[in-house]
Design a protein around this ligand. Sequence first.
Ligand SMILES: Cc1cc2nc3c(=O)[nH]c(=O)nc-3n(C[C@H](O)[C@H](O)[C@H](O)COP(=O)(O)OP(=O)(O)OC[C@H]3O[C@@H](n4cnc5c(N)ncnc54)[C@H](O)[C@@H]3O)c2cc1C
Length: 410
Amino acid sequence: MTSICRFFTRRPPSLILFSRPSPSPHLKNKPPKPHPAQQYPLKFSPMPKKVLVIGGGIVGVSTAYYLSHHESNPSVTLIEASSIACGASGKAGGLLALDWHGNDTASLARLSYQLHASLAEQFNGRERWGYRELTTLEISCTQGKTPTRDVAGVPDWLREGVISKVGNLGTTQSTAQVHPRKFCEAIVQESKDLEVIIGHVSKIIHHDDKRAKGVEVELDDGTKTIEADVIVVAIGPWTTRLLPNIPVSTQRAHSITIATQTPVSPHALFTNIKLKNGNVVTPEIYPRLNEIYACGDVDKLAPLPKFARDVLVDEGRCRQIIKNISVVSELLEKGEITAMQACYLPYSEIGPGPSIGWVPGMRNVAVATGHSCWGICNAPGTGKVLSELICEGRISSANIQTLDPGRYTR
Ligand SMILES: Cc1cc2nc3c(=O)[nH]c(=O)nc-3n(C[C@H](O)[C@H](O)[C@H](O)COP(=O)(O)OP(=O)(O)OC[C@H]3O[C@@H](n4cnc5c(N)ncnc54)[C@H](O)[C@@H]3O)c2cc1C
């Protein structure tokens, strides 16, 4: 059985971020299967000298990183409207899972999981962005009810005598974590000769109906045109504003962080909490090196603003997350709240999986979007395969055939 995120469904039930993952036994601990390289006719000649990446979320920065290190040495410019990782990529939990993915993204996820590990190794990610392996548990409890017998395996930072059931969802071989914002910032720093522009891309400028010439960017001091051989659109929830034929929808999600004085054990928790009023809530809890992160449900109550920095935060929703997680931990009830935040998830209207590749009908515009609740996990692989597609005309590191944006054309 594979796990799919609720955001892959067209009408998400919307009470939790992830459906309960059941790692597929047939995938576990096996090396990736070799697969034939995906051939794509090169759409331009010679190799692109200048590539523009739009969007400074994790998908955009990972793409810029792998392009900047490609042996063909293209000049790479990243254009971000607010600041690096100011949307979901800076406000996500940061869980990485090796084998919780369906067929369409299994290959991409394995590649990404390996790339996360090797980037952490190469650039000291354990210290710089909190990369570490995790044990992932599912815990259940009923508020105000003491379980009849003790349950083994409960992390010591949870309340005693409250948890009625513990299940293992992932081991340190199959789940890990990063601090997503710190990862993005470090990856920008480690990109080779990357130019970063803070500006809002208002439109793609076309040469003719099949080829783009560049983009129009709104900067603090006016509007400018930037030309390029290839353009990559990696703007997550905002995709349709530049590419109306790639159907990506979005939902808002709130999260909080709580400071911790002493490190807590590396256990990610998927909870099932039955409240006194009979409601069941399912916040997810991710302890980091010096804080604990938790996120709650999703909503469509506020429209997506033009800028990620202007997302409306409903403090009441954040306080509800804290109230809910306080049922399982005193540390979470009494700790200092360091962030109450919200952001928007990008999800494909027609699933499954994100949309990665050339935009249908365009010769030199690529897109990478709709990663829903797996963007942190799958971004490095996305960046890597896009750099291959753009610089070599073929994808050899992962099989993403079913993620071709052509399947979405409307
Ligand atoms: C609460 C929550 C928890 C999550 N937890 C996890 C997790 O544990 N593991 C996991 O793998 N995933 C997780 N995710 C999902 C993950 O955060 C997203 O899939 C991922 O961040 C999407 O990245 P992105 O780069 O596509 O989009 P974004 O992060 O939204 O970045 C898009 C960027 O484009 C910029 N932009 C938009 N329009 C323009 C324009 N016109 N010009 C220039 N720039 C523009 C924006 O300012 C923004 O910075 C979580 C998401 C949420 C909301």
